[in-house]
Design a binder for this molecule. Structure first.
Ligand code: AMP
Length: 498
């Protein structure tokens, strides 16, 4: 069975008359975190049944498509609390509608819905134990295991059941959980994935609270950022807490220290979001500045035109700005130009199954601006090189547009190891750097570039620390091969091989 990567966007809302619409807008703002499926579940009192129920709507596709019928917000997704989920697009078993989140179950404590972002590294063992006990599964997603663990916990209080359940998990899990009385938000003890709390003042009423993977979701609904859910913290947002202006906060047992995913800053999160306590824009600019030191623009003769620096839009725009500013400061003349135009209606390139369609997708996603590139020394900056597909295709296109020289710069270090905590990377052997065993000459030859250079791992850490002085540590396993939480490489390597 191919493992499903839960690289997703999650959102929760409590105490708002427009809960479902706001979750919809929040998910729309988080669309970059997952384009494969979307879902919303709310909690409402059903007069006829005399109890709380949880209406749910979910499907494959973008948020705007799944919720095309906006009457759903007035007719079905009622109530003042709810959660939503976007799932990242992968291949294989992700086609199964049973895997679309949020998951909803009814158990002895009432209704329970869950949205999960991350990858549980001991999922196989947990699943095996359940199967031996005869537990039936509806999906192939790790996230369903969490529901079983909660339902089968022998603890009495619901929050204790949840903390008991998550204490058995290893790996990455930021969760939003909806119960009949509360919205619960938690981050795994390592804090791999981001999760922030926001607030909306409501004149004449107590405020509404929301939680989101990234703060860009708050901006769209007029919520203000309160703080992050801390690594290893479980927050319970309920009516009592809102009246008191204070929420119950529980600490989950910690054993591996804090290791927030540095790739969120490199690529995944939006620059207009604050994650792990700092704006992504600020951190990415610093990465670009460090790159200018580690991988300078090529020198040209005094009478030659200045090299132009172009970004691979959109994910490397911000790092490229930092790179150009710092290069100029260092006395290396260059000019920022827009040489590649991105078609926004194509999904993320990385996900196309099979190499040739991946290449086709790069070409349908980007086009060159010939007038900008012709006869110029071009420095192309991308946030990362994973398989090398994007870089190779773009170099060919830029050359075809008449560039005199093409120099490639990666605003992150070489990706040398797969991610077992939720980032959708291919196997060790498929990674570009490993295919050439780090031989720079061979890599340059294959890409067809005049030079290739990367940000160093030290440079990356300097950038993250300079922008964000929080004492929290980062997971850089994809760049360093140091996995903060043990992973079963023998098993997961094979599963990663897609
Ligand atoms: P590749 O073409 O395989 O070398 O992938 C690198 C390109 O994909 C870069 O342009 C990145 O912006 C983007 N990228 C990096 N990591 C991911 C990821 N986990 N999912 C989707 N795209 C990614």
């Amino acid at each position: 069975m191919r493992q499903i990567r839960e690289y997703c966007g999650i959102f929760g809302m409590f105490n708002s008359e427009n809960a479902a619409q706001q979750i919809y807008l929040g998910l729309h703002a988080l669309q970059h975190r997952g384009q494969e499926s979307a879902g919303i579940v709310t909690s409402v009192y059903d007069e006829a049944k005399g109890k709380k129920v949880m209406p749910i709507h979910k499907g494959h596709g973008l948020v705007l498509d799944v919720f095309k019928d906006t009457t759903l917000f007035e007719s079905k997704l009622l109530g003042t609390a709810g959660i939503g989920h976007n799932r990242y697009s992968t291949s294989g078993s992700s086609d199964n509608p049973a895997n679309i989140q949020p998951f909803l179950v009814h158990y002895r404590d009432g209704n329970l819905a869950l949205g999960h972002n991350g990858n549980i590294s001991n999922a196989k063992e947990i699943r095996r134990t359940f199967i031996e006990r005869g537990t039936l599964f509806q999906s192939t997603a790790d996230s369903e295991l969490i529901l079983h663990l909660i339902a089968q916990s022998t603890r009495r209080k619901q929050v204790d059941k949840i903390s008991d359940a998550v204490s058995q998990l290893e790996g990455a899990f930021s969760l939003v959980i909806l119960t009949d009385t509360s919205l619960i938000a938690l981050r795994d003890p390592n804090g791999f994935k981001p999760l922030a709390i926001g607030k909306i003042e409501q004149p004449g009423k107590s405020p509404a609270y929301c939680v989101a993977s990234e703060t860009c979701a708050f901006d769209l609904i007029g919520a203000t950022y309160v703080r992050d859910v801390e690594p290893g913290e479980m927050i319970v947002i309920n009516q009592e807490g809102i009246e008191k202006g204070k929420f119950e906060s529980y600490s989950l047992a910690r054993n591996n220290g804090i290791s927030q995913c540095v790739f969120e800053y490199v690529y995944f999160s939006r620059p207009d979001s604050k994650i792990f306590g700092e704006m992504v824009d600020k951190v990415r600019r610093k990465m670009g500045k460090e790159l200018a030191h580690d991988a300078p623009v090529p020198t040209v003769g005094p009478d030659d035109p200045r090299p132009i620096v172009i970004s691979v839009p959109d994910s490397s725009n911000t790092a490229t700005l930092g790179y150009v500013t710092e290069s100029k400061k260092l006395g290396q003349p260059c000019r920022y130009e827009i040489g590649l135009i991105r078609n926004h209606y194509v999904g993320r390139t990385f996900i196309a199954p099979g190499q040739s369609s991946r290449e086709q997708k790069v070409r349908s996603k980007f086009n060159t601006v010939e007038g900008v590139l012709k006869d110029r020394v071009v420095v192309m900056v991308d946030d990362s090189i994973v398989r090398g597909t994007t870089a190779k295709q773009l170099v060919q296109m830029v050359r075809k547009a008449g560039a005199k020289e093409v120099h490639f710069r990666s605003a992150s270090p070489p990706v040398i190891s797969p991610c077992f905590y939720g980032m959708d990377f291919p196997s060790h052997a498929e990674l570009f750097y490993n295919q050439f065993e780090g031989d720079l000459k061979k890599m340059e030859e294959w890409l067809g570039v005049d030079s290739l250079a990367y940000l160093s791992v030290d440079g990356l850490h300097r950038a993250v620390q300079a922008a964000n002085d929080s004492s929290h540590g980062y997971c850089d396993a994809c760049f360093s091969n140091n996995y903060p939480v043990p992973v079963d490489m023998a098993v997961t390597k094979e599963e990663n091989d897609w």
